[in-house]
Every structure is written in C-alpha cells, then in structure tokens.
Design a protein around this ligand. Sequence first.
Ligand code: UD1
Length: 419
Amino acid sequence: MEKFVVEGKQRLTGRVKISGAKNAALPILAGALLTGGTVRLTEVPELTDIYTMLEVLKALGAKYTFSEGEVVLHTPEITSAEAPYEQVRKMRASFLVMGPLLARTGRARISLPGGCAIGARPIDLHLKGFEALGAKIEMGHGYIEATAPKLKGNTVYLDFPSVGATENIMMAAVLAEGQTIIENAAEEPEIVDLANFLNNMGAKIKGAGTKVIRITGVKDLDGVNHTVIPDRIEAGTFMIGAVATHGEVIVENVITDHLTPLIAKLIEAGAEVIEDEDQNALLVRSKGKLKPLDIKTLPYPGFPTDLQAQMMALLATVPGISVVTETVFENRFMHVTELNRMGAKIRIEGRSAFIEGVESLTGARVKATDLRAGAALVIAGLVADGVTEVGHIFHIDRGYERFEEKLRGLGAKIYRVGD
Ligand code: UD1
C-alpha cells in the first residue's frame, strides 16, 4: 500500500490551481443518466471517486471517454437498472444514480452504500423523497429497490438539509409529472451547479441554493456542455495549509463566495486573505502568532464539515484553547487519535474537541482514516518537526487531484512511496 512521506517544518509558498469540484462532478455525472443525448463535462477532476462513478454508469449502459478533465458521455439506453455491491461499496455517492434511474426507467436497484466511515450516514431522507414522489421501496439482501411506473410531483420536507438527498430527489423530480417542492433543502454550491446543469438540459428547477427548491417536471432532457465549479474544499485545504505553515499561497480558480465561512475564520485567527477578483484568486498568508478559534460545522453557508479535520491540524499548534464542534456527522473525529500521536493535545467531549495548542508537533507514522482526515495529517506533517509517514492514502486519492504534486509546487517535500 502506498504512503506519503512528508518532511516537516516546510512553509508553503507560491501558486496553486484548484481543480473542478468532486462533490459537484459526482451528482452531475449521475444526472447525465437522465438523457439519451450527449453530455460533455469539463473541469472534471481525475480522482478515484470519479472513476468509480464512471464504472457505475458504464454498468448501467453509459458509454464515455475521459481524458484531460473532459468527460464525454452518452447513455442511449439504460441496459441495467442495478448498481452492484462491488461498485457501490467503494463509494457512498454511487447511490446518487437512484434518482436518475427511477426517473428514466421507473426502476432502480442499488446496493446499500459504503464510503467513508464517518457516522451512520443513513439514506432515509433519500427514500422518503422517492416515496413522496410515488415510488415503492423494498429492501432485502443488502439491496434497495425502488419502483414507480410514473413519478408524480409532491412536497418533500427534509428533516435535515442533506446534500445527497436534495440532489437525488431533485434528479428524480425533473422528469416527474407536475411540481415537486423540496423544503429545508441543502443550499450547498454543488447543488446549484447540479441545478444549472439540469436546467441547461431543459429541466425546470427554481430556488437551488435556497431552502426551498421548486421543480416542474418536463417530458425529456437534452444533451449539454457543462463546466464543473471549482472545488471549495480543495481550495480550503490549501488555504489552511498556507496558514498552518506560516506560508504565503495564491489559490487560483476559486469562487470566493463559496469560501466565506473559512475566510472569516482564518482572518479571525490572524491570517491575511486578500481577494484578486479579476483572477478568481485568493492570496492567503500568515506571519505573526495565530489566535485560537471556536468553530462549529454546519450545513452551507456554515463552516463545512469537510474542512473540520484540516482546521484541527492548523489549531493544534495555535497557542491557547480552540474548540471545534462537529454537528453534521456523528463520528468525525477519528483523526484526533492520529494528531495526538504527533504530539497534539486534543480532548474530545461529545461532539466537541478541545484543542490545547502545543509548541510543535513531532513527525510520526500515522494513518488516514478518511479523505479529509488524510489531508489534515499531511498538513500536520508539513508543520511537524521531523518526518511524518501518512498511510492509507487511497483515501486522499479519492478526493484530491495530484495532491502531492501540487504541494511540491508550493515547496513542500512530500513523496509517494510504495510499501
Ligand atoms: C455530502 C458530501 C460530503 C460532505 C457532506 C456534508 C458528496 C459526494 N459528499 O455527503 O463530502 O461531508 O455532504 O456536507 O457531495 N443523513 C441522514 N439521512 C439521509 C441522508 C443524510 O440522516 O438520508 C445525515 C447523515 O448521516 C449526516 C448528515 O445527514 O449526518 C449529512 O449528510 P449529507 O448532507 O447527506 O451528506 P452526503 O450527501 O452524504
């Protein structure tokens, strides 16, 4: 198994170009099943999660090419309405094909999802939405089967603004009869990107990016060209890396508005963030002593749970006590044990982590427990004294395109080595 070897006490300096957003590209790829026309996507990041989604789509009848960030895909016909365990277990987001399959063929049979081990991550809200649109749901043998000869629009209230459920229900509703209203919908920018993609195919979606999304069903959808939005979590990871290492980095290809909660917290900690609107870029730097922070993860536009682990790596060496409260997932502190092995002083109490800033972290052998935890350990490795070895980096490869190359471009000494 491959690992990263990271030399510590490195300042990140220079420019880095952010890739297209994984979490926008995944639902958009699933949404491409809604048409028999050709879908051309650019700025698709080359990540294992994207390859997994493409494999799932292929098994359902899609034909595609993928090179240099461009996917050209068409699905003249759905040849199977079943997404098998082998693929779905690799990635929870495979479940996003359920809405499009139901909409296009009236049937979907999907293995129960796998993915990062962060909390129970049920799918009850997705299913509640499909049922409201008239689907019959059956479960057995590790599979969920939904059938609906014709979906009918309805009002769906989400008990929690789930990103995946909002996307899946939205995709099911675009070809349903009549109007669907999703209340307490997730407002993430990736949902807006998906809605723009679907609307350009001929869908009628209003209100994406707010708490209420209204979808008027249409008969069919056409092919489309679409460019995926920049990855705010990748951008945020490099910004946190810049501040943690007291460096100076220009992150290019960003939408500043998507990063508002992070920028606010970095400035509160004492870093500088300067926007270059003409270049879609942000300059991030930190010189002096940083101040501790209180952070609570929340659905967008709150502080993203996907940047919680990286922030903790930063706060581990900030003098004083920081408090990080995770409200989106139940079990997303697995990186804490690994950070503590590197000399951090972090104590967990319920949903909060209390971080007592230490003078310095020390290089150690650690293990990525999920995607963002992996990125956090790399940041900790850059800050630490000595050498850090980060194992299980297949998690990192799921969501960061050419991570070590980009970091090396910023002066980091990080190498991928086989065991
Ligand atoms: C998406 C992102 C992930 C991010 C998360 C929260 C993708 C591919 N992944 O994941 O990176 O961390 O949003 O911003 O876009 N829940 C239920 N029932 C459901 C669905 C969700 O209880 O039916 C709960 C989950 O257990 C979790 C919370 O809602 O505690 C948030 O999940 P959700 O917003 O659905 O996240 P994902 O779409 O899985």
